[in-house]
Design a binder for this molecule. Sequence first.
Ligand code: SF4
Length: 310
Amino acid sequence: MAKKTKALFLFSGGLDSLLGAKLLEQQGIKVDLVFFESYFFKADQARRSARANGLKLKIVDLSEEQLSIVRSPRHGYGKGFNPCIDCHALMLQRAREIMDEGDYDFVATGEVLGQRPMSQTKDRLKLVEKESGLQGFLLRPLSAKMMQITIPEKQGLVDRQKLEDISGRSRKRQLALARKFKLTDYPTPAGGCLLTDLEFSKRLKGLLEKRKQISESDIELLKVGRHYWEGKHKIVVGRDEAENKRLARLAVSGDVLVMMKKVAGPTTLVRSYGSGRSAPARIIEKARELTQQHASRARGKEVEFREKRI
Ligand code: SF4
């Protein structure tokens, strides 16, 4: 019996990914989805989208590799702190390894030519293909007819005529295809990767300027609260009850939690990135000030504080 053609699909959870996978499945190709999770791009949305559409998803952690690229990307950043070209090449390299190990015939993605002006031009798409070592084995079903023919198409494993020629930022063709495939449950196209978020990017950049080696806990901390720097000390003030609880959970050895006694208000976390292990008294005083400032009930009043050194 002839072996069934097998594709490894880089899945983001969005509509383009779903459509790309469906275009291959409709040709009888077995499509396995993979999502590369990182500190900055969690798999939750992809997991939900795959489940809602009856697709099986494999999640591979790429956090540390992506973080080292974020520090010094060869091809620079996008608008935020997002090194998309290098990051994309990294994901495709890993996909190539999985392809070889898993006996896949090719790798596919839901990319659309010209959809993102920086990273999805023809030249950029070719560049990441070359850097990943996937030359000829990387298929973009939504734009395939506008791109060079791939090896699986030449071999007759994929019918090029059944692929699409979509390009640009308009979503009209994708929405029409979604109706054709009866896809109704998919997330909005908005990002998902925190490195494209300008506010988060600023926080991360600030942290990396102070310290080269950062931990997962440092990154998680960037996702919560209002942030202030006092020299090499970071003060993070919770904005609501959920953030207060999260900050308490994120505290690690050396951190100090500052709270008010008897008055409801923020939990504030102080973390030191200097040579000393813990924040000095003047920084704790500053953290108290900020805690009170962000508690409407305590402003201008005499307040007592309590601290918890972790
Ligand atoms: S958006 Fe984020 S995860 Fe996606 S390629 Fe860019 S940096 Fe990587």
